[in-house]
Design a binder for this molecule. Structure first.
Ligand code: NAD
Length: 261
């Protein structure tokens, strides 16, 4: 079965992994609701380019993933204006690095809201629509940090572990209704944000950019290569296919071997 004509929401799709997934979905004929922060003119450029390139409808919602009311309105807008909601990708996420005993309360709350609670709110409202149509795909972008820990990332790691728990529970609740829910757990992905940090880190540490990549960023990634945004996007697209209908409740790592260590 082709995905052509289906409708999807990708949270946090104004850059990085979310944009890559939105692009892959549009390329498969899916009408897409984009979401995320950023410059309005830049976002409009992204929206109109995707629409023109793939001949699908692409809309944008500026819903803030810390606000349940705005999340509900985004899901309602998707249904009202795209005519359905078959694919939900919970991707929006932020990071903050600090020791637990120095971690700012407001950063903890913000990370839990964006990286975990937003996936609950989108799923809650999207499920009614998916149950009605008898088909659905929910993909939560977790992380290897949903399966393992590193110091100084308490809120992120708690949220990503939580996302995997939410994924499993949703998968069980809708297992008999043609709706799957899975978590993708990437290792280090080469997004524009990550790329931009390489020269600065090299300068600060007084080492080469190649050393920053191999010894700092990819210290825990055995392949010593970043995961590509396009690889994560292709994986998400596969999970939307009928060939993946028996994959549900899974936390699937795409991590260059990180989780084997
Ligand atoms: P990114 O910063 O490029 O993208 C994050 C997106 O979330 C952006 O579109 C941003 O506007 C949006 N966002 C942030 N706060 C928001 C809010 N309050 N409301 C709505 N949107 C908001 O980052 P990325 O690297 O592409 O990360 C995407 C997801 O992948 C995140 O959940 C991240 O934890 C996860 N991830 C990333 C990596 C990596 O190495 N880059 C690895 C594993 C998991």
């Amino acid at each position: 079965m082709s995905l052509k004509g289906k409708c999807g929401v990708v949270t946090g799709s104004t850059s990085g992994i979310g944009l890559g997934i939105a692009r892959a979905l549009a390329g498969a004929g899916v009408n897409v609701m984009l979401n995320g922060l950023g410059d309005a003119l830049e976002i409009e450029k992204i929206r109109s380019k995707l629409e023109a390139e793939f001949s699908v409808r692409v809309l944008y919602s500026d819903a803030d993933m810390t606000r349940p009311g705005e999340i509900k309105a985004m899901i309602e807008k998707t249904f009202a204006e795209l005519g359905g909601l078959d694919i939900l990708v919970n991707n929006a996420g932020i990071q903050h690095v600090d020791a637990v005993d120095a971690f700012p309360d407001e950063k903890w709350d913000q990370i839990i809201a964006i990286n975990l609670s937003s996936a609950f709110h989108t799923t809650k409202h999207a499920l009614a629509i998916m149950k009605d149509s008898g088909w659905g795909r929910i993909i939560n972008i977790a992380s290897v940090h949903g399966l393992s820990a590193s110091p100084f990332k308490s809120a992120y790691i708690a949220a990503k572990h939580g996302v995997i728990g939410l994924t499993k529970t949703v998968a069980l609740e809708v297992a008999e209704q043609n709706i799957t829910a899975n978590a993708i757990c990437p290792g280090y992905v080469k997004t524009p944000l990550v790329e931009a940090q390489i020269p600065d880190t090299a300068r600060i540490k007084g080492i080469s950019e190649a050393e920053v990549i191999r010894d700092v960023m990819l210290a825990r990634q055995p392949t010593k290569e970043f995961v590509g945004v396009d690889e994560v996007a292709a994986f998400a697209l596969f999970l939307c296919s009928d060939d993946a209908k028996s994959i549900t409740g899974a936390a699937l790592n795409i991590d260059g071997g990180w989780m084997t260590l």
